[in-house]
Design a binder for this molecule. Structure first.
Ligand SMILES: NC(=O)c1ccc[n+]([C@@H]2O[C@H](COP(=O)([O-])OP(=O)(O)OC[C@H]3O[C@@H](n4cnc5c(N)ncnc54)[C@H](O)[C@@H]3O)[C@@H](O)[C@H]2O)c1
Length: 339
């Protein structure tokens, strides 16, 4: 059975979802597109050649006009909770872009609403759908490097060339921690297989940064199984660019795993045990649809099989809690425990 969806939010990333992800999935049919900004809706309608009668500026209107099983939320963060709430109240499943919600309380509210409505609520943590983090997570689970100790992660990009007035990204809330590091926080939980318990974070802006809020940061995160992550991230780094997942060095008692994923340079992972002279590449296995296609396929599969996806709203609460703890630590200058 084809899953009928309404897509909400047609900014840069939403248009990309419509064209490159949803349109290519044979199990899904989009029955309406919603964008709150009329000019953006018109531009998207023309660019993507969408039927005018299926384009709306309100999700409520779309829900009463077309049939749908689910709603895909690709709006910017202020649109996440209102769109998901409306969809769930109408009894529709929801797949939503990261970050889940602007407050932990609203995220909990949506998780409870989804449970009451017996609907699926899933967050698209698309960085999980790549072979390298999966391969490394499996090796860690199999104790290939023994107990995990120190984990060093670096993320560097130079997103500082666009005109400051028109580039929305320069003006969003917490562009590093909330918009970007959320991916890395979620990957830490997947790869290390432990849950975060405390974070001590500092953020800042380089003198040349065009961002309003901190575009750079560093933090130490402790995990419940004893792992300690040292993370450095920057949107305005003049150093060599990393892939989007960053560069990871995971030290265990028996040796080290090194990996990177999702970007311009090759997806790689290697292992070097104590006493070995050089690292051995790890077989990167096929994992099925990648990136957002993987998220969407997992969402469809979970609905078809009535099972919980690994990035359900409820499962994503810990990722979100780490993100908010990092924001609070950066603001107060103090370590913050994660409930
Ligand atoms: N997973 C990834 O790799 C990745 C990459 C880029 C962006 N994103 C996420 O995708 C989302 C959209 O990002 P973007 O770059 O397209 O942002 P954007 O600001 O370019 O576009 C967002 C669009 O959502 C619309 N919108 C806001 N509230 C709405 C509502 N209530 N109803 C309908 N439309 C609404 C806005 O009018 C805007 O056109 C964000 O959550 C962002 O974090 C994820």
């Amino acid at each position: 059975m084809t899953l009928q969806i309404i897509q909400v939010g047609l900014g840069g990333w939403g248009k990309d979802w419509a064209r490159d992800v949803v349109a290519k999935n044979k199990d899904v049919e989009t029955t309406a597109w919603v964008e709150i900004d009329a000019a953006t809706l018109q531009e998207a309608q023309q660019r993507l050649k969408l039927p005018v009668e299926r384009c709306f500026t309100s999700l409520d209107e779309a829900l009463t006009t077309v049939s749908a099983d689910a709603v895909l939320v690709t709006a910017s963060l202020p649109g996440h909770v209102p769109s998901a709430r409306t969809a769930l109240q109408a009894g529709k499943h929801v797949l939503m872009e990261k970050p889940f919600a602007p407050t932990v309380a609203e995220a909990h509210e949506l998780v409870e609403l989804a449970a009451r409505q017996e609907c699926l609520l899933m967050i698209s943590q698309n960085y999980r759908f790549f072979p390298a983090p999966r391969a490394v997570a499996r090796l860690i689970q199999q104790q290939a490097i023994g107990r995990v100790g120190n984990v060093n992660i670096d993320f560097r990009r130079y997103d500082n060339l666009a005109p400051v007035e028109t580039h929305r990204h320069y003006h969003i809330w917490e562009p590093l921690l909330v918009d970007m590091s959320i991916h890395h926080f979620d990957l830490m939980r997947l790869v290390i297989g432990q849950e975060p318990v405390q974070v001590f974070c500092k953020t800042w802006n380089a003198p040349w940064s065009k961002y309003d809020e901190p575009a750079e940061g560093a933090m130490t995160i402790t995990f419940d199984g004893g792992a300690v992550v040292n993370y450095r991230g920057s949107w305005v780094s003049t150093g060599p660019q990393t892939n989007w997942a960053g560069e990871w060095h995971v030290e265990g008692e028996k040796g080290e795993l090194v990996w990177t994923s999702r970007g311009e340079t090759q997806e790689t992972a290697s292992i070097q045990l104590l006493g070995e002279e050089k690292p051995t590449p790890i077989d990167i296995l096929e994992i099925g649809p990648l990136d957002r296609a993987g998220s969407l396929a997992a969402f469809v599969h979970a609905i078809q099989t009535n099972t919980n996806p690994e990035t359900s709203g409820e499962a994503n609460l810990k990722t979100l809690a780490l993100m908010f703890a990092a924001v609070e630590s950066a603001r107060t200058g103090l370590p913050v425990n994660i409930a």
